[in-house]
Design a protein around this ligand. Structure first.
Ligand code: PDD
Length: 287
């Protein structure tokens, strides 16, 4: 992997990411008024691109922002081709554009500001910890009530992730006031108990993860029944396996939660099997 500057596409013009100039009055700067997507690239090709664009469409609808998604997708694919990467991610962000600072939407609406950039990634960011699994901690879910929108307002996620890191953990699992696990700061959360896979149901309290959907669709191949039922934080120690899913995280085993060992205290066998199934499916993309 080279350390070269990511190639960006800013409103249709390609340039190195560090040459993009964003107007200071962009509503993302004042209000975090925008949405984003992260798409994984394997072997130079996007993985589950349509699914990510469908979610982007839903996020844009969620904040009442119009954007030409066909044009954005063509730009993303052209920029990807020009970046000539193998293992990477595409970051896509759409904001409501530049306008005088006012809470209500600007009238007439300014053109949205559309940023795409291609960031090279190691083939497996978590290779060194895949077998051992990672530590996680629980944290109060302090976020807003539209976590289904992939908004760029990630301050609660950043604050909680930072305290997890300081506690020596890789991820924090958000727990709602009702005592149920919603999701991680940048991942969805799964638990296995007695051959059944549990994860929070889709609602305004979680992001509809693309990797989450892939896991639910392939669980039967790993011999699992599926229950989209949230896990009570107090039941985490009774799970035989816990794992995280996300576009860059892929499927990552959890060895401890709040210092309590899960299963054997390493990535569980079924988690490992799901990860292998995912890798096989990704490999078939190249074939
Ligand atoms: N994070 N939940 C949250 C809050 C997330 O931010 C993410 C993704 C996920 C997993 O979704 P998916 O499987 O579609 O990536 C769940 C991205 C990768 C990020 O912010 O970098």
């Amino acid at each position: 992997m080279s350390g070269k500057e990511p190639l960006a596409n800013w409103n249709g013009s390609e340039m190195p990411l560090n040459e993009v100039l964003v107007p200071v009055t962009d509503r993302a700067f004042f209000f975090g008024d925008g949405v984003y997507e992260v798409v994984r690239i394997y072997g130079g090709r996007p993985w589950l691109l349509e699914e990510h664009f469908m979610r982007l469409e839903a996020s844009l609808r969620g904040i009442q922002l119009d954007c030409d998604l066909d044009r954005l997708k063509q730009r993303a694919l052209a920029t990807l081709q020009h970046a000539r990467v193998d293992s990477a991610m595409i970051y896509i962000q759409v904001t409501r554009g530049a306008a005088k600072r006012n809470h209500s939407f600007p009238e007439p609406p300014p053109p949205p500001n559309e940023l795409i950039y291609i960031q090279e990634l190691p083939p497996d960011k978590y290779e060194s910890v895949r077998k051992r699994g990672v530590a996680a901690v629980t944290a109060k879910d302090i976020r807003w009530q539209r976590c289904d929108i992939k908004s760029i307002n990630l301050l609660p996620n950043c604050l909680v992730q930072e305290s997890a890191k300081r506690a020596g953990a890789e991820e924090a699992l958000f727990v709602g006031d009702d005592g149920y696990v919603t999701e991680g700061t940048h991942t969805n959360v799964f638990g296995i108990r007695d051959g059944t896979l549990f994860t929070a149901p889709l609602s305004n309290r979680i992001l509809a993860g693309i990797t989450r959907r892939w896991v639910l669709d392939h669980a039967a191949e790993a011999g699992l029944a599926v229950s989209e039922t949230a896990i009570k934080a107090g039941d985490i120690p009774h799970m035989s396996e816990v794992f995280l899913t996300g576009t860059t995280t892929e499927i990552l085993g959890v060895r401890t939660v709040d210092g309590i060992k899960i299963g054997q205290g390493c990535t569980g066998d079924i988690t490992g099997e799901l990860f292998r199934l995912l890798k096989d499916d990704i490999a078939s993309l190249a074939g």
